[in-house]
Design a protein around this ligand. Sequence first.
Ligand SMILES: NC(=O)c1ccc[n+]([C@@H]2O[C@H](COP(=O)([O-])OP(=O)(O)OC[C@H]3O[C@@H](n4cnc5c(N)ncnc54)[C@H](OP(=O)(O)O)[C@@H]3O)[C@@H](O)[C@H]2O)c1
Length: 291
Amino acid sequence: MAVILVTGAKGQLGNEIKISSKNYFGYEFIFTDIDTLDITDGRKVRKFISSNFCDWIINCSAYNFVDKAETDYDKAIQINGFAIKNLVDAIKGTDSRLIHFSTDYVFDGNANVPYNEKSPANPLSAYGKSKLEGEKYALQHSASMIIRTSWLYSQFGNNFVKSILNKGKVNEPLNVVFDQTGTPTYAADLADAVLLIISKVVRNQIAFNAGLYHYSNEGVCSWYDFATEIIQESGLKCRINPILSKDFPSAAKRPVYSVLDKSKIKENYGIEIPHWRSSLKRCMKLLKGTT
Ligand SMILES: NC(=O)c1ccc[n+]([C@@H]2O[C@H](COP(=O)([O-])OP(=O)(O)OC[C@H]3O[C@@H](n4cnc5c(N)ncnc54)[C@H](OP(=O)(O)O)[C@@H]3O)[C@@H](O)[C@H]2O)c1
């Protein structure tokens, strides 16, 4: 029986993995979060992993406060960077595989074609830098898969979809930037993809190929397009104004273009990825009545 440890399991992705795990029999899942396994505590991580042998670790823990990270880099690098070293050190010399997540914000946005795994990273923000450090630590383990994702949302936690729905209910015009282009990712799709990959490897249907990967939903949009679709889908009547990033000042600089090329994960692991519009519809159905 494969044992799968999920850290940061109370976050968006962790919760979606919990749901998806119900489709996988014959696997033992151990779900932890900061209250049960603080991954910044190297000693505790080593102790936990030595007494709970894990074939797979799916690290969903993260510090995702993009603007706050500009003034709180110490905390960001502890969780997004040094804690990954703790995980890697704890599984050094074992066959355990690590699946870790990173971000499109490792890119500077100067491209005009989708970023692939060989594109040079050049983060503009402290958050992006802390996540890039985490990637480097993860790559020190030969059996690590790092999946960069973008614009993550789900029925859980705080995210752009919920924030637009809540603001939309006030029925005042909303200003949303239209000069940042990327792709939303429904965390439920990513969770399903990760467990499908693990199950294919466990059943020897496919070889495990470590390294960097990109995963978002299919398609491309601006935050303005995304917000417009959320409001349309919700039936709310709120008006949305497209604005430029320069008119929406924020502490952290974000890439103007961060579309991810997902060819590698699709080809290596036979993954089919839904379009962001159809995934948004599925999430909105779940959210109806809860926001
Ligand atoms: N959210 C996005 O838009 C986005 C975009 C691109 C990439 N990603 C990446 O995708 C992955 C999943 O993101 P997500 O949105 O699911 O994250 P999330 O909802 O913020 O969840 C992260 C979880 O990690 C926990 N955590 C924080 N510090 C911890 C520690 N020291 N030890 C153990 N757990 C800790 C958090 O607990 P607390 O809530 O108590 O802090 C939270 O439950 C992350 O690697 C993230 O960087 C996210």
